[in-house]
Write a protein that binds this ligand. Sequence first.
Ligand code: AP5
Ligand code: MG
Length: 189
Amino acid sequence: MLIVFIGPPGAGKGTQCRRLVELLDIPHLSTGEMLRSVMDQDSALSRYVASYINAGKLAPDHLVMRIVSQKVKSPDCSNGALFDGFPRTMVQAQMLDDLLTELKRPLDIVLELQVPDDVLITRLLKRAKTDGRADDNDATIRERLRVFHEQTKPLIQYYASQGKLRSINGTHSEHEVFDAIRKALPVAT
Ligand code: AP5
Ligand code: MG
């Protein structure tokens, strides 16, 4: 099964994907995690990636797409994959459609986690005290939210018009959100 997770920063994409990969036994492809692992190296590419992430801006589409397409074509993903935080722009969504058409593997479902901005900011400022993510500070969180509304939100309509979108209220407890996600899946779990 191929699943896309869309949601603003702090919506719970990572939290819910970690639960879902266990349930469905498919790989978790988080572009944020992949880019952060590039950032951990000491290279010109890592400094290039950091300049986007630390400013709360999106990394260039072609770079993200190169990383994702390698993963999707690997044998690990032969039974499906869970895309966390990808696609994030209309260009990425169209590139993903083209890739999946080429592979003859259509997307099964797009899950959107809905959480209001004030709740997101509270969650991320709380996480900032424990996790040490470079982009969890007030100014960068606000920029990540702005970028989500401007560049990622249009994808919701794009996938709704394909009949693939399922919107989930992400403000409830982690457990309740996971239950709602399970019910939205196109297969019984
Ligand atoms: P990415 O790593 O994807 O971060 P994000 O979208 O900003 O979201 P987060 O990971 O902060 O939140 P989440 O939704 O995963 O929530 P989580 O489960 O952690 O991207 C980072 C950066 O990488 C981007 O800004 C960009 O620069 C770059 N990037 C990534 N993908 C890209 C792409 N495709 N194209 C271009 N650039 C890209 O939960 C958050 C907190 O809330 C946690 O503390 C958690 O414990 C808590 N929480 C979770 N669920 C609940 C709940 N139900 N109730 C209460 N608390 C909860
Ligand atoms: Mg995440």
